[in-house]
Design a protein around this ligand. Structure first.
Ligand code: MG
Length: 158
């Protein structure tokens, strides 16, 4: 088995919603990003790549590549899953943490969990979605943006 971690941050910018784990969440701002700026899916993609020893999201999905402009980050996850499967891996479980003062993830937690489980082709109980603030400290605490961490375990494919 293999383990990997991922971390991502995006600054808030103009907009009326943010993508969190493949779910659109209404908010007073959007995020600045080349793709759809989904911090949970970006951290998850990096964790998947890390566990498989395949580098990082920037190598696979360059933020200067017009193919990824405004891209649905779900595609990053499914593409990466294909790379893992070709190397004989499947996902055991994933644990994700959103770092944000707002938006609050609570009302959307189960939808996010279900969507990520669908993308990873695992049961919902193999995906955990947590959220924390940084107690008003730092750029996240000042709500200048949002961040996410992810840990995944890979198991040999059956
Ligand atoms: Mg990102």
């Amino acid at each position: 088995m293999r383990v990997g971690t991922g971390f991502d941050v995006h600054a808030f910018g103009p907009g009326e919603s943010v993508m969190l784990g493949g779910v659109r969440v209404a908010h007073s701002q959007g995020v600045l990003a080349h793709s759809d700026g989904d911090v949970l899916l970006h951290a998850l993609t990096d964790a998947l790549l890390g566990a498989a020893g395949l580098g990082d999201i920037g190598e696979h999905f360059r933020d200067t590549d017009p193919r990824w402009k405004g891209a649905d980050s779900a595609g990053f996850v499914t593409h990466t899953l294909g790379l893992l499967r070709a190397r004989g891996w499947r996902v055991g479980n994933a644990d994700l943490t959103l770092l944000a003062e707002r938006p609050k993830v609570g009302p959307h937690r189960e939808a996010i969990r279900a969507r990520i489980a669908e993308l990873l082709e695992v049961p919902p109980d193999a995906v955990n979605v947590k959220a924390t603030t940084t107690e008003k400290l730092g750029f996240l605490g000042r709500a200048e943006g949002i961040g996410a961490q992810a840990v995944v375990l890979l198991l040999p494919a059956r």
